[in-house]
Write a protein that binds this ligand. Structure first.
Ligand SMILES: [Zn+2]
Ligand SMILES: [Zn+2]
Length: 371
């Protein structure tokens, strides 16, 4: 038997790019790094040879040398190791764990993996996403439909979430194609199904480059948002399951959309009620009048009684904002009357007002003085 095949160890094709080599190394490191397999000598031994393979194949000069002449002398040969292709005695392989734990987990996808229990681990719910929509006053009150493009982490379309792509068949380097590894306990040798190739002896996949084997890829998705009638400035809409995808079968997170609502020209909103200031003329206030009031949907007729005072309020029932709960409740329109003193600058109006004063004759200041 020849030497260990570094390409087989990393599970990459002979034409693999440096990037592919790095990715393969990270994938294996996440599984076999001593930092995540404390006390597991088998994993540590495998990690040493994985590291050696990686350091050789990522360096163009060393890779050329390896392709021409095979591994340098210090890399253990299968004959010298206990478990073929896998369990290497720690000979003078200067490599060791060249990458720190932190370096391995530097990219965002790996960080996701490291947050949970890295080896195997629990299903983890995907993160929530947050967005904003800008609505006009009318859109918020009446409700509307919006489409929003959200960049979310979703199941990788290239590999369907498995992190692996089908590839030309290569022999499994861990069990040397036998489908079994052997473990020695004292004088006993146990054959175990090879976990790396799942007992098949061969690998028919390569890491998915699109998602770096995480099974998850960033993707822009256009999401239809139904904005219910009655949404207010700062209202938060929750769109279920449109956050990031979960890992290891975990549920997706949610998407939260905060509404920013513009102002109306004359109407103000206070919860379910709308408010409007209504200027009225002096004769309308004194004599009473039916006047038009601006509403959401046009105008409403308000009957002012004779003697309406400035600051007086009138409530138009159910001319307010519909409840966003969709239960049919609706607020009111509150009308605050403001009596406008006319600017009198023509002689006819002045004459009429003088005459009114003479006829009416009321002393508006009489309360200030004692009798
Ligand atoms: Zn993928
Ligand atoms: Zn195997």
């Amino acid at each position: 038997m020849g030497q260990v095949d570094f390409y087989v160890v990393l599970g990459v094709e002979r034409s693999a790019t440096r990037d592919e080599v790095s990715r393969a190394y990270r994938r294996l490191a996440r599984r076999y790094h001593p930092g995540i397999n404390p006390g597991d000598g088998e994993a540590a031994a495998f990690f040493r040879i994985v590291t050696e393979a990686y350091e050789t194949l990522r360096d163009p000069a060393r890779r050329r040398e390896y392709d021409a002449h095979g591994a340098p002398e210090h890399v253990p040969r299968p004959a010298s190791i206990e478990f073929q292709g896998f369990d290497f005695s720690p000979s003078g392989s200067g490599g060791g764990s060249s990458a720190t734990f932190e370096e391995l987990f530097s990219d965002v996808f790996a960080a996701q993996v490291s947050r949970g229990a890295p080896a195997g681990g629990q299903p983890e719910r995907g993160g929530d996403l947050f967005g904003e929509i800008v609505l006009s006053f009318e859109e918020a009150v009446r409700g509307t439909e919006r489409r929003l493009t959200v960049t979310r982490l979703d199941v990788c379309g290239d590999c369907g979430g498995t992190g692996r792509r089908r590839a030309a068949e290569t022999r499994c380097g861990r069990c040397q194609g036998t489908g079994a590894t052997r473990r020695r306990r004292g004088h006993m040798v146990f054959a175990m199904r090879c976990a790396f190739c799942e007992g098949t002896g061969s690998l028919r996949f390569r890491p998915c480059a699109a998602c770096r084997e995480s099974g998850i890829a960033a993707r822009d998705e256009e999401i239809a948002i139904h904005v219910p009638a009655g949404v207010d400035d700062g209202s938060r809409l929750r769109i279920e399951a449109k956050g990031n995808a979960g890992t290891r079968g975990g549920k997706p997170g949610d998407l939260y959309i905060v509404a920013k609502v513009g102002r109306h020209r004359v109407l103000r909103r206070e919860g379910p009620d709308l408010h409007v200031d209504l200027p009225i003329a002096i004769h309308e206030a004194a004599l009473g009048a039916a006047v038009d009031v601006p509403t959401l949907d046009g105008t409403a007729r308000l009957r002012l009684p004779p003697g309406t005072r400035s600051g007086q309020r009138f409530r138009l029932r159910e001319y307010g904002v519909p409840s966003p709960r969709g239960d049919g409740d609706r607020g009111d329109l509150v009308v605050a009357v403001n009596v406008v003193l006319p600017a009198v600058d023509d002689e006819r109006s002045k004459a009429l007002l003088r005459e009114f004063g003479r006829i009416h004759g009321a002393d508006v200041r009489k309360d200030l003085f004692e009798d």
